[in-house]
Design a protein around this ligand. Structure first.
Ligand code: FES
Length: 87
């Protein structure tokens, strides 16, 4: 598990092991648009302000992934204990 911090509200949301980031956000009323939910389409791309992503998508290049400034919350997770999202 890890935490997501919503930058606009300061709200911290725990993401359980059996939950996606999108699901955890939705449970707290923060909606992220999705389509494929498999890391292919890029619909859910969200800016990451702080933290290290555990990228699990097929959308970004390795170079883009290494920047840790955006990720696909439908399937990707966090390597750091907290990810601050530009939401
Ligand atoms: Fe398609 Fe996340 S919904 S990449």
């Amino acid at each position: 598990p890890f935490d997501i911090k919503v930058a606009s509200s300061g709200k911290v949301i725990r993401v359980a092991a059996d939950q996606t980031v999108v699901q955890a956000l939705a449970a707290e009323g923060v909606e992220v648009m999705t389509s494929c939910e498999q890391g292919v389409c890029g619909t859910c791309i969200t800016r990451v302000l702080e933290g290290e992503c555990d990228h699990r998508d097929l959308y970004f290049t390795d170079e883009e992934k290494a920047r840790h400034d955006q990720f696909t919350p439908c399937c990707s997770r966090a390597k750091s204990s907290v990810l601050v999202l530009d939401l």
